[in-house]
Ligand binder design. Structure first.
Ligand SMILES: *Cc1c(COP(=O)(O)O)cnc(C)c1O
Length: 423
């Protein structure tokens, strides 16, 4: 889905579905995250439709955006969840998720988390090392149960994305290389409280070329065909998430481009595998914006223009963390995104860090104090990565549904910030 479908300028004003951004900002204050229900649902459907022939189980990756209202929408659409912590399992269960659709990833699962997940009855753990297998064995045996696991393989594939979000190269901390995995599988009977049922790989995030995903799936399928645990069977292949989105138009291909390369690989596999997918960013990234007001406009003697916003890196970390590009534009505009001939501005937040910069030398229309500005593509890894740095209360989150909007997480107060502290 193109971000302009649900976040569009009509009559010179930015709207999310049928709500004007300015009306929402006036009602709830700024900065605030605004999400479109229609966009979230359309994205989930687009991915499900593209891969429909393989009947995949889509496990939404909660870490992209864990707001309960969003999890509930996705659960109601039939999605499962990909979790990376006990806290995320708790969130999933709070919205009534079916534990049989929950998969658990991460290199450092604690025994407490393993126990919590086994007691909940999740579908499987994506196991990242031999010591983790041993820990799951111990906990499962203690509970008198058997744990289903997939081995997370490291396919040593470069997804051609930012190095901080590359996870499927040999030198990253993720997954198990193929030789080690082969040896582990032969020794599976050593861990009788663990049943190996699948193979998993997640090569990175914001992947805009379908070929690395196809190469990864091809390796998974070949491995699954050849490497079957003694007395067992492999039912699942899990290709992880990472499907890229348009932070600027035309950056990412539609899900059908991924499906076109991946589906034939599954169809040609010697035996049928159930396909699991773990989309995060793709579902929510372009379904959210961060609304913020201009606090000041400052001009240096060398002509540099700084647009200082009331949002900061603590609210949206991605530009500071990995130079991420987000479209930024005033909410009132007769010529949205027409940047030809505009003077550049550094768009910054108020936090005491040079890294608190949303964009450098970005062509931007003239803006004035109090103007509302939208930072686009902020639905994924936006609020989820927010913090209270500089003792800044985190923004509220708003979910739009047609002409209605409601606050799905209220703005934090100063009391919230000190609630857990003692003198
Ligand atoms: C982060 C993560 C995902 C989701 O990645 P996106 O790029 O948001 O789709 C899926 N699987 C695993 C194991 C992850 O760590």
């Amino acid at each position: 889905m193109d971000m302009t479908d649900t976040f569009a300028y009509r009559g010179g004003h930015l709207a999310c579905e049928a709500c004007r951004a300015e009306d929402i900002a006036r009602a709830v204050g700024t900065p605030c995250y605004v999400y479109s229900r229609a966009a979230i649902e359309a994205n989930a459907r687009a991915l499900a439709d593209a891969f429909a022939p393989a009947k995949p189980l889509l496990c939404y990756s909660i870490k992209a955006n864990g707001n309960l209202a969003i999890l509930k929408l996705l659960k109601d659409l039939g999605l499962g969840f990909d979790i990376v912590s006990g806290g995320e399992l708790d969130r999933a269960l709070r919205v009534g998720a079916d534990p049989a659709k929950v998969v658990f990833a991460g290199v450092g699962k604690t025994r407490a988390e393993v126990r919590q997940a086994l007691q909940a009855g999740i579908l499987m753990f994506n196991v990242e090392s031999e010591p983790e297998l041993a820990a799951i064995q111990a906990v499962a045996a203690g509970l008198g149960t058997q744990a289903r696991v997939a081995l997370r393989l490291n396919p040593d594939i470069d997804p051609k994305t930012h190095r901080h979000i590359t996870t499927g190269k040999r030198e990253t901390k993720f997954g198990i290389d193929f030789e080690s995995a082969r040896a582990l599988v032969a020794r599976m009977p050593q861990w009788p409280a663990v049943r190996l049922v699948g193979y998993h790989a997640h090569i990175g995030s914001q992947v805009t070329d379908p070929r690395p995903h196809a190469a990864s799936l091809a390796k998974l399928i070949a491995f699954a065909g050849e490497c079957v645990p003694p007395g067992g069977a492999i039912e699942y292949v899990n290709i992880g998430g990472g499907f890229g989105i348009d932070y600027v138009p035309g950056q990412a291909p539609p899900p059908s481009a991924f499906a076109e390369l991946l589906l034939p690989l599954l169809a040609q596999a010697a035996r049928p595998f159930r396909l699991l997918m773990e989309p995060g960013r793709f579902i929510v990234g372009n379904a959210g914006v961060l609304l913020t007001r201009v606090a000041y406009v400052k001009r240096n003697s060398d002509g540099r223009r700084f647009v200082i916003l009331d949002a900061a890196m603590n609210d949206l970390l991605r530009p500071a963390l990995y130079d991420a590009h987000h479209r930024i534009w005033p909410a009132a505009s007769d010529s949205p995104f027409e940047s030809d001939g505009l003077a550049p501005a550094d768009v910054v937040g108020p936090v005491c860090e040079s890294g608190d910069t949303f964009a450098k030398e970005r062509p931007l229309p003239e803006v004035a104090e109090g103007d509302l500005v939208a930072i686009f593509g902020a639905g994924a890894y936006g609020f989820a990565m927010s913090s209270n740095y500089n003792a800044r209360p985190r923004p509220c989150e708003v979910l739009v549904d047609g002409s209605h909007h409601r606050v799905v997480r209220r703005r934090e107060s100063f009391d919230d910030l000190v609630r857990l502290e003692t003198l």
